[in-house]
Design a protein around this ligand. Structure first.
Ligand SMILES: Cc1cc2nc3c(=O)[nH]c(=O)nc-3n(C[C@H](O)[C@H](O)[C@H](O)COP(=O)(O)OP(=O)(O)OC[C@H]3O[C@@H](n4cnc5c(N)ncnc54)[C@H](O)[C@@H]3O)c2cc1C
Length: 435
């Protein structure tokens, strides 16, 4: 349904342009205009795709939503890149008086050329800086602010260019569509940067505790500052803001490690990875916090005959939530956790996992890439050998397979599971990085 809706909006400008009944021009001119129209429609819908709306992400997952956002932006960038160069008809400043249909020349005002060129450059810069974000010496929050403001600027410039220069976009119906889509984009930004923070302001949290639980890994616990219930399902994640105004962009996604049955207390397991995560040790109990969410489709299936979890490093966080939930409410069947780490010091909540492993429904398989001398568990990476091990322990293709860890691990394990005839719909995963 979502895909049909998306395709309908993306195709609408082309269909509206075709319905205008202009006399045909050179094929390359029509292709150039078509690319421009489609790119603008994609561009405007990018705002909605990246707005973290649960109506969208709850159905296809946040990582898939973000992947679509990236792929569509790249597609639009190719269209935008080609758009000005494909016109076969020469460009003139202002249309020829006797050629109102624009068959023999493209008449553009100085203003529409200026907005078109600026939007063209800025859009390509936006896409390139997103692709090469890790190589840019700016903080993630600065990049995100620039990305949002830049996107709005591109949309505004393109709107002017389309309405002023467009042979088809000058038509009131298509012009109306552009204005509606542009308004939707602005509304999305207002929702993300004003409405959602205002809602968070009325539902503050405070830090209850911060403590180290393994090498460069922390447990952070927050609780509501005032009475309000937070409903989530085991395996979901939130955007967490600690110590900043909800209007700031200082927030990061983290899986919830506590179970929904733990009450109002919300617990995270966080690995140091950059600015915020590297300063967790400085956070004091009582510090204000805000959350947005919950999001995520890494969810338990109560009908699953058995569950296998593959966790790499801090990818254990959502699995802990699910295991704790199952301990409180009962597991649907046998559960096997494959937990990969570099060294034994990085294993978090080892005692809790060992205690849980005394229960008949649960088994944990540790995998270490740098094992100590006396290690008798699996060694190396969590890969096809680990998948073989869980099948030796009795896993079946119709069980539920939950994956969370580094992208390489997810790909390897998923590939090995598919080879083992596990249907793709029985494999669920959470990616800790949207790239
Ligand atoms: C769905 C999801 C769940 C996650 N759960 C956990 C978890 O339970 N435990 C854990 O340790 N890590 C988790 N992560 C990873 C964690 O979000 C990053 O390590 C953290 O944001 C890094 O922030 P920083 O300020 O320390 O580093 P930075 O240097 O600011 O960021 C490093 C990288 O983290 C990512 N990142 C930073 N801020 C954001 C943001 N606002 N939105 C999206 N990505 C961002 C970007 O890829 C960035 O390049 C999760 C990530 C995702 C997407």
């Amino acid at each position: 349904m979502l895909v049909i809706g998306y395709l309908a909006i993306a195709a609408a400008p082309l269909l509206m342009a075709a319905a205008q009944g202009h006399p045909p021009r050179a094929v390359m001119d029509e292709i150039a205009s078509g690319l421009g129209l489609t790119a603008f429609a994609i561009m405007l819908m990018e705002f909605v795709l990246s707005g973290r709306f649960r109506t969208i992400s709850a159905r296809i997952g946040m990582d898939v939503t973000m992947r679509f956002h990236q792929l569509l932006a790249r597609t639009a960038a190719v269209f935008v890149l080609l758009h000005p160069f494909l016109y076969a008809t020469p460009l003139r400043l202002h249309p020829l008086p006797w050629d109102s249909a624009g068959l023999h020349s493209l008449g553009l005002s100085e203003a529409s050329i200026a907005t078109g060129v600026l939007a063209w450059i800025l859009f390509l810069v936006l896409v390139l800086t997103a692709i090469f974000r890790d190589h840019i010496p700016y903080r993630y929050e600065a990049w995100r602010l620039g990305h949002g403001v830049g996107a709005l600027l591109v949309a505004g410039l393109t709107l002017h260019h389309a309405l002023d220069a467009g042979r088809y976009s000058g038509d009131p119906v298509l012009a109306g569509l552009w204005v509606v889509l542009f308004a939707l984009a602005v509304l999305t930004l207002l929702t993300v940067y004003v409405v959602k923070p205002l809602r968070q302001l009325g539902r503050p949290y405070r830090v209850r505790s911060v403590r180290p639980v393994a090498e460069r890994t922390w447990e952070l616990t927050i609780e509501p500052d005032g009475q309000h219930a937070f409903h989530f399902q085991a395996g979901q994640f939130v955007w967490l803001n600690v110590g900043h105004s909800p209007f700031s962009l200082a927030e990061n996604p983290f899986s919830i490690a506590s179970a929904p049955t733990a009450g109002e207390r919300v617990e995270f397991v966080i690995k140091e990875a950059g600015d915020f995560t590297g300063s967790l040790g400085n956070i004091r109990p009582g510090t204000r916090a805000y959350i947005e969410g919950p999001f995520g489709n890494l969810l338990l299936d109560p009908k699953a005959p058995g569950i296998v979890m593959f966790a790499g490093g801090v990818g254990i966080a959502p699995m802990l939530s699910m295991l704790r939930q199952m301990e409180a409410e009962g597991a649907p069947g046998p559960v096997i956790l494959v937990y990969g780490n570099r060294s034994a010091e990085q294993i978090v909540y080892r005692e809790e996992l060992d205690r849980l492993a005394e229960q008949p429904w649960f088994r944990v398989i540790h995998v270490l890439s740098e094992p100590p001398a006396a290690w008798d568990g699996l060694t190396g990476m969590v890969d096809a050998a680990a998948v073989d091990a869980v099948f030796e322990y009795g896993a079946k293709p119709d069980w539920l397979y939950a994956l969370c860890g580094p992208p390489a691990m997810l790909e390897t394990v998923e590939g090995a599971l598919l080879k083992r005839k596990v249907p793709a719909r029985r494999i669920i995963a959470e990616r800790f990085r949207y790239d």
